[in-house]
Design a protein around this ligand. Structure first.
Ligand code: NAP
Ligand code: G3H
Length: 485
């Protein structure tokens, strides 16, 4: 079903329901991080292309906003079915393009189909409210506010490379069900997967122009789209650096920002260390640590640290290192710039006295899983987000020291606490400055209808199906003023 979207691997862009070339006719090559082969080429759009696309999105949104919710939900359900039907082809593209292993790529697509179905159903429960005037001093029940939730207009959806289908859909589907049109700008590395996704919605019957795509170099068009006066909402997931930049230049446009993290796993004395070790190892090294919710530091009470490390060591040794096509756990990182950065953090820690427990081996972008003990707060790895398979262990004396170090981070996405003591679990949860605290589990975003938010440099706004729909609608009040008799 994807024959329209490319010609000899040169992918087009979705404009008004049709797949077209950019006016520049320039393309960008996308190579696989797994084997460096050419995956395809994408259109390098310019500012004129963007202006034309935004006019089209604006026009299409007006009709879409009038389309009954039931009809919108029906189209989304069709999209979910089509996604499931094409799971093999799409998950293969994810493996090729962003180097995710086969089982994780399949589970990303499956999870996304479920996300779309849930969103379609949730839309049918979108409710307004009535508020009586008499609730406020000096007013009577003759004044009634009828509040409805209405679409915002054009949502600019900008997604990162690491979940090219799921983190794109988590913006597109809630925006669409709410009656907005979407201008979808995928990460350049991840764009081909994103274009497949756009065709899924297109083939399901999303009307022409309601979903359009933008691809191109962010250095050329990034600032232009985010500052475009006709964009009504920016829904962004990516690094704190880019997110902060967008927030600074975009002006008075509502936005949702899901940014970087430095999730801590706090392990207390009475934790079940077998379970904690399993969760921490999976949480830190899955997809080579290229997840916002990866465990990015362990804060463990000194007296149990040796035992925890002894339990983690064989689990790390058992991780399969290799190619995404062999379903390896540890795969080449997305690019060599990121791999170099992770290596710098490892080198800095080792130079400052950290103890290497395992790893610090590299072949090109493929970094072996690395565990560092005796990391202290003078080392960069204690604070910076690596987005790679390296985990620092910071030993602490007590729970308060763990909380203090956890909160000293600029980030505040998620954190975990491992303990059998419910009181300590709640005490830590209460004190941690993060969007979510996991008790006895690794940090993770799902299930996707749960609220997911970051505080401090980890973002603003709350994702999660109902929360995302709510964020991408505005409140409109019609006030009835009844006469006294
Ligand atoms: P990134 O480099 O910040 O890129 C994210 C997106 O922003 C890409 O689509 C990128 O396009 C685009 N972009 C870059 N500069 C732009 C500009 N000036 N204007 C508009 N768009 C611009 O992030 P990434 O490397 O893809 O993803 C990794 C980061 O995302 C990590 O920090 C991770 O923690 C974070 N993340 C957070 C969450 C969360 O929910 N909190 C989830 C996933 C990932 P190009 O690709 O064309 O540059
Ligand atoms: O990379 C960030 C994603 O939002 C993480 O999602 O916890 O399901 O892997 P996940």
């Amino acid at each position: 079903m994807f024959e329209n979207i490319h010609a000899n691997k040169t992918y087009k862009t979705l404009y008004n329901g049709n797949w077209i070339q950019s006016t520049t006719k320039n393309t960008i090559q996308i190579k696989s991080p797994a084997n460096n082969c050419l995956v395809g080429e994408i259109q390098s759009m310019n500012k004129e292309d963007i202006d034309k696309t935004i006019i089209n999105s604006q026009c299409a949104q007006k009709t879409w906003a009038q389309t009954p919710m039931n009809k919108r939900a029906e189209i989304l359900h069709k999209a979910a079915v089509l996604l499931e039907k094409n799971i093999n082809e799409i998950s293969y593209i994810i493996q090729l393009e962003v180097g995710k292993n086969k089982s994780s790529a399949i589970s990303e697509v499956k999870r996304t189909a479920d996300f779309i179905k849930f969103t379609a159903d949730e839309g049918k429960h979108l409710k307004g409210e009535t508020i009586g005037g008499e609730n406020f001093p000096g007013f009577s029940k003759n004044k009634i506010s009828l509040v409805t939730k209405i679409p915002i207009g054009i949502v600019l959806a900008i997604s990162p490379f690491n979940y090219p289908i799921n983190l794109s859909t988590s913006k597109i589907a809630p925006a669409l069900i709410a009656g907005n049109s979407v201008l979808f700008k995928p990460a350049t590395q991840g764009a081909i997967s994103g274009l497949y996704l756009a065709e899924i919605f297109n083939a399901a019957g999303i009307p022409k122009g309601v979903l359009n795509t933008v691809t191109g170099k962010s250095s050329e068009i990034g600032d232009y789209i985010v500052t475009h006066p006709d964009i009504n909402f920016i829904n962004f997931t990516g690094s704190t650096k880019v997110g902060t930049h967008i927030a600074k230049i975009a002006g008075m446009v509502p936005m949702m920002m899901e940014l970087g993290g430095k999730d801590a796993a706090i392990v207390l004395k009475d934790a079940d260390l077998d379970d904690a070790a399993k969760d921490i190892v999976t949480g830190a090294y899955n997809y080579s640590g290229q997840r916002c919710t990866a465990v990015k530091r362990v804060l463990v009470i000194n007296s149990i640290a040796d035992e925890l490390i002894a339990k983690m060591n064989p689990l790390i040794n058992n991780l399969k290192v290799g190619s995404p096509f062999e379903d390896a756990d540890i795969i080449p990182l997305i690019n060599s710039k990121n791999a170099d950065y992770v290596q710098q953090l490892i080198d800095d820690a080792l130079n400052k006295g950290a103890k290497l427990i395992i790893g610090n081996k590299r072949t090109d972008n493929l970094l072996y899983p690395t565990l560092l003990d005796n990391v202290n707060t003078n080392m960069r790895i204690a604070w910076e987000e690596p987005f790679g398979p390296v985990l620092p262990i910071i030993r602490v004396n007590d729970l308060n020291e763990a909380i203090n170090i956890a909160n000293a981070s600029e980030y505040g996405l998620q954190s975990s606490v491992f303990t059998k003591d419910i009181n300590n679990a709640f005490l830590v949860a209460d004190k941690l400055q993060v969007g979510t605290v996991q008790v006895n589990n690794q940090p993770e975003r799902g299930p996707d209808h749960f609220p997911f938010s970051g505080v401090k440099a980890s973002g603003m706004g709350t994702q999660g199906i109902r929360y995302s729909i709510d964020a991408m609608t505005s409140r409109k009040a019609v006030i009835l003023n009844l006469s006294n008799n």
